[in-house]
Write a protein of this length. Structure first.
Length: 330
């Protein structure tokens, strides 16, 4: 092949590459063309505050975290129950089906998207019905009907008819060894793990609006766009399951790893991992240590329990997340 032809072929290959773009659809049958503003698709809590339907510390005066977004129905039947169907947002496979109303999510479906730039899960909760033909591990195309929007929940306050919605989440899994960790906790003796790896404690969501509402999205770029809120130095010469599962979030020389410098987003996603060698000043004396805190994010880090009430020491959530991340290191 001549140099010119070679270059032409290279150019063709480069321009034909999808350049990190995963096709994505809105997860309900709502006509997106009819949407003029967020009120057209958001379902707020009984507070009526629109932001309560969004991702973040948006509930109970900023004290309660909402890990996804709540999408309202566009159509209801004569009884006021939703007629909107719930759709797979991206190509993927069925990871988990929970047909019982035995937790705050009610009936829910989890999909896993291994063909995206980084494997993410999406979660669809409070369904009235799960599409009966769905089976675990079955491949699904984006836009496939996975259920009917509803209001199922075994949470403390039932979801009333006028607040029916789809709770939609997207995120990562802390550890594929979560079940072992959960069962080893004495306080969990009385509450068996009903949802295995898809237990909410093992899933860490990001803002779905970073990916929804556009036809194509680079999932990895969306994940990386989350700023660092605090950092932790961790001592272990092992590769935690998280970095084995999500190598795209890891950098540095892993051949002589003595520990990790982990950057967490405010809601507790360990977004960036840097391998440390034995001489690194970030390597803690003990097992792990909180290193830096972005003071502009202090309030929500405290509310989220990533920090203690003093705003300086590790909070319960950070401690638990590190236990889960560490306990399964191989
Ligand atoms: Zn919700």
């Amino acid at each position: 092949m001549s140099l010119r032809n070679g270059l032409a072929l290279l150019f063709l290959c480069l321009t034909a590459l999808p350049l990190g773009a995963t096709d994505i659809v809105w997860p309900t049958t709502m006509d997106r063309a009819s949407i003029r503003n967020p009120q057209d698709y958001l379902q707020p809590t009984v507070s009526g505050k629109m932001e309560s339907a969004l991702f973040g510390m948006v509930r109970e005066e900023g004290k309660r975290f909402h890990e996804g977004i709540d999408i309202r129905p566009a159509k209801t039947n004569a009884d006021g129950e939703p007629l909107d169907l719930v759709l797979a947002a991206m190509d993927g496979q069925v990871a988990y089906l929970n047909a019982n109303v035995n937790g705050p999510y009610g009936r829910y479906v989890v999909l896993h998207h291994t063909a995206a730039e980084i494997p993410v899960y999406t979660l669809y909760a409070h369904l009235a019905k799960i599409e009966p033909s769905l089976k675990t591990a079955q491949p699904v195309r984006r836009g496939t009907v996975i259920g009917l929007m509803g209001r199922t929940s075994a949470g403390v306050s039932p979801i009333t008819k006028d607040r029916s919605h789809l709770h939609f989440e997207v995120g990562l899994m802390l550890s594929r060894g979560f079940n072992r960790w959960y069962d080893a906790q004495p306080e969990n003796k009385q509450s068996p793990n009903l949802h295995g790896l898809y237990n909410g404690q093992n899933l860490i969501g990001m803002d779905p609006m970073l990916i929804l509402g556009q036809p194509k999205v680079d999932i990895l770029a969306a994940l990386r766009s989350q700023p660092t809120a605090l950092t932790v130095g961790l001592r272990t010469n092992k590769m935690p399951d998280f970095v084995q599962y999500y190598p795209a979030l890891m950098r540095g020389d892993t051949s002589r790893v003595a520990g990790w410098y982990i950057e967490f987003s405010w809601q507790g996603m360990p977004v960036r991992w840097t391998a440390l060698d034995a001489k690194s000043p970030q390597l803690p004396a003990g097992r792990w240590r909180l290193l830096e805190i972005d003071q502009t994010q202090r309030t929500r880090l405290i509310q989220r329990k990533m920090l203690g009430a003093d705003g300086r020491t590790p909070g319960e959530l950070l401690t638990q997340s590190l236990e889960v991340l560490l306990s399964t290191a191989r």
